[in-house]
Each structure stands twice: as structure tokens, then as C-alpha cells.
Design a protein around this ligand. Structure first.
Ligand code: ADP
Ligand code: MG
Length: 258
């Protein structure tokens, strides 16, 4: 399949580090232990889907990768940067990571094009014409070129989410985190967003995706991670984890979502 190209083509001098490497990650909110020792990694160009029941810690895991939550213990690496190093410049790390949430969080008072250029200009210091050029390339990628002058409220949820993906891509991220990007959408709008994510995967983007879309996990993920109660219960190929789960908890979960 074509989707392995970016990983295969990774240059020798890229260090060979994983895109994400998490070791012994714990996170507590007060007394509540939400992550109870997570070890896992994502290779460059790999697509990993995280599945599991509500409250199992999936979002917290994603948020620990870009330090939207501060881990209580453990180590998180993004390529060769230790995110959990107290001296790390977290803004620099976050700049390298695209994040797409369930709620699209577009600026309502800005047009689609302005939504895509504002962070490029303010954070990456690109000039207007360069930022607009890059924005248009990415709107094209998500099939939203026609709508560059529209405001978010004039778009469907699925269109807004595709704009949010294009906005993240405009920052040239080295990896993308998706937290249930289709969960807030009407069922008929889910397919367009998943198609955009699938094409990103085919282009070799490194992706960590929390999703309940089992057909996406089956068809697009290189690996599926099943979480429950703040631990990884099992992980492996989609054929294995979704098709032939080894643990009762995984089977119970899948019986509910499939
Ligand atoms: P998931 O994404 O798998 O549904 P989350 O990571 O959102 O799970 O949440 C796991 C647990 O952590 C839940 O019990 C949730 O209520 C709790 N939690 C998440 N964020 C916070 C927070 N900021 N403060 C307190 N509890 C939180
Ligand atoms: Mg969540």
C-alpha cells in the first residue's frame, strides 16, 4: 500500500526516533488516577487508532502528548524532544503537533481563509501572501477551496471539521492528533471527514486518532490500541484487536460499538 512511503523514505539522519514515545505515563486529577502506567509509541508515518470506553483516559493520553495536561509521572518524547523535560519550550513542541478536536473551535468572526492564516502569521511569522498560499493548498487538500470566503456558521459541521484539519495542516505539523473528530457530526457528514483523514494517512502523515469509527480503524490504522481504566489492555494490528480480541474487556467494548 502507498501509505508506507513517508516512513520508508525517512532520511537516515532523522535519528530513527519514534514520532511519539510514551513511557510509564501516569496522570491523576486529585485522587482520581486517570492514566495508570501507559507505555506506547507511534512510529513516523504510522497511523494508530486509540479505542476504548468513555472515561478510559483516551483524551487525557492525547492531551499529555502536547502537554495540554501535565503528566503526574512518566516520560513523553516527541521525536527527539522530551516534552516532559521541565525546561522544554512547550510552545515550540506544540507548533510541531496538529490537534483536531471533536468541537472544531474555528474563530466565528473570521472567514475560512482567515482562520487558516492567523496562526501562520502570528506564530510562524509568515507574511500574508505566503500564509494565504499555504492556506489555499490545504483547503484544496480537504476539498474546501470553494468556501474560503465563508464564515464558520455558514458551513456544515463536517465542512467546519475539514477546515479545522486544513488549519492544523497549514502549520506544517510533523504529526497529527485527532480526538474523536467525527463524534459531533451528523452521520451523513462523517464520511467526508474520514475520507480526508484517510488521504492524509495515505500521504504518510503520522497520526494518533481517538475514534469510535471501527471501519476507519480497521481499514486505515496500522495499529489499534484498546484502553480501559487508564491502561492499555491490548494493542496490535486492526485484524487482531478488532477482528480477534484477546481480552474480555475488549470483546465487551467491541460488542457495544460494532
Ligand atoms: P476518554 O477520552 O477516554 O473518555 P478522558 O481522558 O476524557 O476519557 O477522561 C478520563 C477520566 O478523567 C474521566 O473520569 C474524566 O472525568 C476525568 N478527567 C478528565 N479531565 C479531567 C480534569 N481536567 N479534571 C478532573 N477530571 C478529569
Ligand atoms: Mg475523550
Amino acid at each position: 500500500m502507498a501509505k508506507k512511503t513517508a516512513k520508508d523514505a525517512a532520511p537516515e539522519n532523522s535519528g530513527g526516533a519514534e514520532a511519539i514515545d510514551v513511557q510509564g505515563l501516569h496522570k491523576a486529577f486529585g485522587e482520581l488516577e486517570v492514566l495508570r502506567g501507559i507505555d506506547f509509541s507511534v512510529a513516523r508515518g504510522e497511523v494508530v487508532c486509540v479505542i476504548g470506553p468513555s472515561g478510559s483516559g483516551k483524551s487525557t493520553l492525547l492531551r499529555c502528548v502536547n502537554l495540554l495536561e501535565e503528566p503526574s509521572a512518566g516520560r513523553v518524547m516527541v521525536a527527539d524532544t522530551e516534552v516532559t523535560d521541565p525546561d522544554v519550550d512547550i510552545d515550540l513542541v506544540r507548533r510541531r503537533i496538529g490537534m483536531v478536536f471533536q468541537s472544531f473551535n474555528l474563530f466565528p468572526h473570521l472567514t475560512v481563509l482567515e482562520n487558516l492564516t492567523i496562526a501562520q502569521r502570528r506564530v510562524l511569522r509568515r507574511n500574508r501572501s505566503e500564509a494565504e498560499r499555504i492556506a489555499r493548498v490545504n483547503l484544496e487538500r480537504v476539498g474546501m477551496s470553494e468556501k474560503e470566503a465563508s464564515y464558520p456558521a455558514q458551513l456544515s459541521g463536517g465542512q467546519q471539521q475539514r477546515v479545522a484539519i486544513a488549519r492544523a495542516l497549514s502549520m506544517d505539523p510533523e504529526l497529527m492528533l485527532f480526538d474523536e473528530p467525527t463524534s459531533a457530526l451528523d452521520p451523513e457528514l462523517v464520511g467526508d471527514v474520514l475520507a480526508v483523514m484517510r488521504s492524509l494517512a495515505d500521504e504518510g502523515m503520522t497520526m494518533l486518532v481517538v475514534t469510535h469509527e471501527m471501519s476507519f480503524a480497521r481499514e486505515v490504522a496500522d495499529r489499534v490500541v484498546f484502553m480501559d481504566g487508564g491502561v492499555i489492555v491490548e494493542e496490535g494490528s486492526p485484524e487482531r484487536v478488532v477482528g480477534d480480541p484477546q481480552h474480555e474487556r475488549t470483546r465487551t467494548f467491541l460488542a457495544r460499538v460494532l
